[in-house]
Ligand binder design. Structure first.
Ligand code: GDP
Ligand code: MG
Length: 153
């Protein structure tokens, strides 16, 4: 691909999907720019960012697409999302389930074990994050990139 410059061995395309206001744009800005915005505006259409990451001795360019979630898609609807992904997505696709906003301890809506068991049943990676407090954000993206790397290399 023309996007793949001289310094990079791989280009991985990834996309953030899910309910609006769950924190997709802030997960991306935290990972790509180490920025968090309390009053982030809703994403219009799609936006994307890049980050170069070293995996082993290879340089990976991660292209991360951010989407505008129009509908309210809750944890209950994740199975529907997964069905769509598997029907229309790439066969080699890696899916990471992310539960964000762990800092909001008092208003937790999904128990850790429920996230874990869905991930197990659906064969996904699972991570709980806080874009606000920068907890596990790096790990969630790195887990995804490492998994793609294992498939691609
Ligand atoms: P998106 O619609 O999924 O892209 O969600 P945004 O990234 O725009 O975030 C929606 C709102 O949630 C914004 O007010 C963010 O500041 C807030 N937000 C995002 N991530 C976190 C987080 O980890 N913790 C807390 N407390 N708020 C967050
Ligand atoms: Mg957004």
């Amino acid at each position: 691909s023309s996007l793949l410059d001289d310094e990079c061995d791989y280009l991985f395309k990834t996309v953030l999907i899910g309910d609006s206001a769950v924190g997709k744009s802030n997960l991306l800005s935290r990972f790509a720019k180490d920025e968090f915005h309390l009053d982030s505006k809703p994403t219009i259409g799609v936006e994307f960012a890049y980050r170069n990451i070293k995996v082993g001795d290879k340089m990976v360019k991660a292209q991360i697409w951010d989407t505008a979630g129009q509908e309210r898609v809750t944890f209950e609807n994740l199975r529907k999302w997964l069905h769509e992904l598997r029907e229309y997505g790439n066969r080699d696709m890696v899916i990471v389930l992310v539960g964000n906003k762990t800092d909001l301890v008092e208003s937790r809506e999904v128990e850790v074990r429920d996230g874990q068991s869905l991930a197990q049943v659906e064969d996904l990676c699972f991570m709980e994050t806080s874009a606000k407090e920068n907890l596990n954000v790096e790990d969630a993206f790195l887990q995804m990139i490492t998994k793609i790397f294992e498939i691609a290399s």
